[in-house]
Each structure stands twice: as C-alpha cells, then as structure tokens.
Design a protein. Sequence first.
Length: 405
Amino acid sequence: MAEGLSEGFSFSQFKVFRDEGKLSPEYVPSSLPHREAQLKELSSFFRVFLEAPGSFFVKVWLVGGVGTGKTATSKRLGYLLEREARRRGVDVRYVHVNCYKDRTFFVVAKRIAQRVLPSIPERGFSAQELLEMAWKALEDQDAYLVAALDEVDYMVKAVGEAPLYALSRVSDERLNVPQRLGLMLISRSHPSTYGLSESVSSSSAHNLVRFEPYTSSQLLDILEDRVPEAFVEGAVTKEALSLIADLAGVDGHGSGDARYALELLWRAGRLAEARRLRRIDPELVREVYAQTHPLLSREDLYQLTRHELLLLLSVARVLRRTCKAYSTTGEVEREYVDVCRAYSEAARRHTQVWLMIRRLKEAGYLHTKVTGGAGGRTTLIGLIDVQASLLEQRVEEVLKTGKGR
C-alpha cells in the first residue's frame, strides 16, 4: 500500500465527477440550449456548400461577448456540415483557428493549409504560398473548406487587416472556378469597430450573427443540461445550480458568461472532492465564488445598525441551516424574531424589516429576486459574496463587541 494511505481508502469513495472534461471550454455538447436560432442562421448561410458547392464565396461574422456561445456554435456547425456533406457525397471540411494563440498570418495560413495537406513542411513558404498550396489541394481533391477564425480581433490588432484581405481574395485571380473557401470570422464586437476597409468589412452588415449575453434562466438551462454528463447522479443540488446561474447571468450579478458559470461549477466540484463531500450545495458555491471576489470585512459590518446586523445574521443562519441558495422573507422574519429575542432586542415590524432588506440589498450585502406569477409573487433573499457560515461568524463577532450604529 502506498505510504500515507490508510487501509480501506478508495480514490472513488467521494467522487462527484463522472467526467469533468464535460465542463471544459473545449467541449462542444450535442445540445446548445438557447443557441438554436444562431445555429439555424449559420446553417442558412453555409447550406450552399451542400446544395450548390462552389457557387459563391461565403463570409459570415459571429459577434458577441465572452462566453456567449460563439465558439461552441461554430464548432457544432462545422461538425454538422461535415456530417451532412459526407451523407450527400460532398467533401466539405471544417477548420477552427484560435487567433488569440495564432496571431500571425503565417501561422493562421499554416493551420488552414494543414487541414487539407497534413504533411505540409513547417518552413520554407510564405503565408500567401501556403494559401495557394491549400487552394490547389482543394482543387485536386475536389474538396471545400470552411475556416473559422476565432478571436479574429486579436489578429487584426496584432498585424492589421492584411490576412483577412488575403483570405477574402484568395480566388480573385482564378476566373470561372468553384469557390472552395468559406469564412466564419468570430469577434467580440462588430467589425466596424476595428477600422477595417470596405473591401474587408463588406457584407458584414448583412452576414452577421449576433450572440447576446445569457440570462440567469438561460444559464440554468445550460447547467442542468451539462450536469448529467459531468457529474454522478445526485452530486449537484438544484439550489447550487440556481445560485451559479444568478452569479453569472447578465440579469443577475454577472456578464452572461456561460464559461464562467461552468467554471464555477467545476471549481465547486473540485472542492467537493478535495473535502470528500458527496454533493455540491449553495454554501460550497458561495465559498468558491468568494475566492475570486472580496469578502465583506468587519469594518464594513461596523457601518450597519444593530438591527441590520441582526437581520443579516438571520439570513445567514437560515441559509446555512437549510443549505439553500435563497430563503423566503417569511423564513427570514421568523428567524429574525428568534435572533432578536436571543440578543434581548425588540423585533422591528414587517414594514421596517422590509426597508432594512432593501437597504442591505442596495449596500451589496444581500441579493433578492422575485418569483411567481399571477397566483402570487414571492421575494427570495440570498447571499452572493460570502458563505453563510462565515457571515454568521463575522456578524456574531461584531455583535459581541457591541458595535453597530
């Protein structure tokens, strides 16, 4: 037995992951929730490769912020395009180039050429010569190529628009020949912001697919879709997923970045396994989130009134005890009455409690959201930047000092 491992120890005993690679940015799932419209739009542009190969040159811009699904959607389109082309007996290939890593024209041209000439020499050719060789290979093989240039804005900033011009004009010198190259240009903002010439940016106003930031509800769908692939059954609570979605959603506390939401979930899973926990709950998510965001300091807490501290303590205790992401105002008020009794204070009335909740939210201590519909609306109260157990400890310490306005 290995030194330091007790008898009966099992590495899989507290396993929560089924396949953590399914949370990686490189993984492209077969289902892309809330990106069906963009995938359909892209398919309409590149359908010509299946129905009338070589009839005209296709160039499409994909525009959206970080983590909005551009890369996954383009890769999924590439996979589906290749699969359908094989079924129809057409040779269509897809290549994805990350211009953040490969910022020079030469390296981009080499990546494209290698998709049709795997044994191409590493040196001895210019970027333009590599493109010419790739085109000749496509002609010889009667093949077509769709090249996606991801983070293309980095290459433009590094070397200018010359590579895009060359790629767009690679067939100009050949008259009446099939157009064998299509382009997907993926960037964070509209091509008009990069100072491109008209010859390069032409068609961008029409052939443009936008990717908006994800909302919390959309991110929750994405997380729920990914959990069965990445985790063993029962390892992640619905409350934990809801909290992550709110932390990352554009209508919550984030920028709508799905990559960040998946990273939070992955980090929570890693922490759970390191501590030999059997499941991921909201408290674990708060701890992971707090590792990259500042915690509330005692100095911050000293600025609160005594009853604001008592109310904050009540929220922390309810969330810690229930292991939920949110609690109802009713649960918090009942706890607040008990806490006031323990600290020999007369509890404030409902309207005053509600005003304190609103002030604590505005100050960044609490997060609230409203659920329900025509049958009734309920306000839920949660914590974002701090673990419930840690906040409970810190508020108790401040109350013991007698501080608080």
